[in-house]
Design a protein around this ligand. Structure first.
Ligand code: AHG
Ligand code: MN
Ligand code: MN
Ligand code: MN
Length: 341
């Protein structure tokens, strides 16, 4: 007798990864352990996020980060959970985070491994206090061969070199969405058993879409190709696009990307006239590259308007990037408008 509710018939994250590894391919044991450990840290973050005011975790930490942002308590807690979970496992040479100016080195008492882990511990943190979805984003690179001590330099690899990337969305359900270059798979956290269970095998971004996501309040700061692209969508069925579009803006990139991977759409955070030297708002290493890897693996496309995000050679750990990602058809159009301009 097999009930759909039978917990033993489910494919957990651990089982899925072990079985994938057995098939051969690009999932060595050290990487598998690393992914599981990140998943474990995300569970701890999920519990804190869910407890909210009951655990006293809402509100400001009273500190700032290298991005020039005021840190929320949960930005700091999530960062600590990821460091604590990952420092002792032996898979990593170093870690880097949106919330830390410099790379975190594995303490001397622990063995060092072959990988570098980068993360945005809590994405969309302006949404925590209002009980709207937030997330964690992570990216894994290989530490360059022959590196004695990983430095900032070791992290400066283009997104095409990522060996894994993923995000966890803390929403009505907590879901981990993962790629290591063999498609994108989604796991839902079962709070009773405490495991991530495979619920979304081989996720694909729908190619065609009628939805876009952008912070429209920045309109006046945008470059002409972005204005043109959005204007044409706003014109609806009587405009050049010949159909109506719908708009959403959650202000949590993770929630936005999750919606797009589920039902299609385009997400945009263009660079704008306020801070031209910064190239955009979002961070290449913690947001741009991992999301680009996931979206490409799901059949979508991700550019900075001019080139593929994953092809950019990073020059600094906290480098910014303009982001256009999602359904192929749409990202192609807005990228063409940039190239024409
Ligand atoms: P973070 O909370 O990690 O700093 O990231 C916030 C990012 C991203 O998640 C979101 O898309 C964007 O900032 C929202 O920006 P606006 O507040 O400018 O809309
Ligand atoms: Mn932030
Ligand atoms: Mn973020
Ligand atoms: Mn963040």
């Amino acid at each position: 007798l097999r009930l759909p509710e039978d917990p033993m018939s489910r494919i957990t994250l651990s089982r899925f990864l072990i079985e994938e590894q057995r098939k051969g391919g690009s999932l060595p044991p050290q990487l598998r352990l690393l992914i599981e450990t990140v998943g474990r840290a995300c569970k701890a973050i999920s519990y804190s996020v869910n407890k909210g005011a009951l655990a006293g975790v809402l509100g400001e930490a009273g500190t700032g980060n290298i991005q020039g942002e005021a840190q929320k308590k949960l930005d700091v807690i999530a960062n600590d959970y990821l460091l604590d979970a990952n420092e002792w496992g032996g898979s990593l040479a170093a870690m880097a985070s949106e919330e830390m100016e410099l790379p975190y080195h594995i303490p001397g008492e622990y063995p060092k491994g072959d990988y570098l882990l980068l993360f945005d511990p809590l994405d969309g943190s302006s949404n925590i206090d209002v009980n709207i979805s937030v997330g964690t984003i992570f990216s894994v690179l290989r530490c360059p061969e022959g590196t004695e001590h990983a430095s900032e330099e070791s992290f400066l690899q283009p997104g095409t070199r990522q060996v894994a990337a993923g995000y966890t969305v803390y929403g009505p359900q907590t879901m981990l969405v993962l790629t290591w270059g063999a498609g994108v798979h989604g796991f839902t956290l079962d709070r009773e058993t405490g495991s991530f269970v495979l619920t979304h095998r081989d996720m694909r971004v729908p190619e065609r879409t009628g939805e876009f996501a952008i912070n429209m309040s920045n309109w006046r700061h945008w470059e002409p190709p972005v204005k043109r692209y959005v204007e044409e969508m706003l014109a609806g069925s009587t405009g050049p696009r010949g159909r109506d579009f719908n708009m959403r803006w959650v202000a949590s990139m993770v929630a936005e990307v999750h919606r797009i991977i589920t039902r299609g759409g385009i997400f945009m955070y263009p660079r704008d006239a306020r801070e031209p030297e910064k190239k955009g708002k979002l961070r290449l290493m913690y947001e741009g590259n991992p999301m680009a890897f996931i979206i490409e693996q799901a059949g979508g496309m991700a550019t900075n308007g001019r080139e593929r995000i994953m092809a950019i050679q990073p020059e600094a750990l906290h480098e910014r990037v303009a982001v256009f990602l999602g359904s192929k058809e749409e990202v192609e159009i807005v990228t063409r408008y940039h190239q024409d301009a």
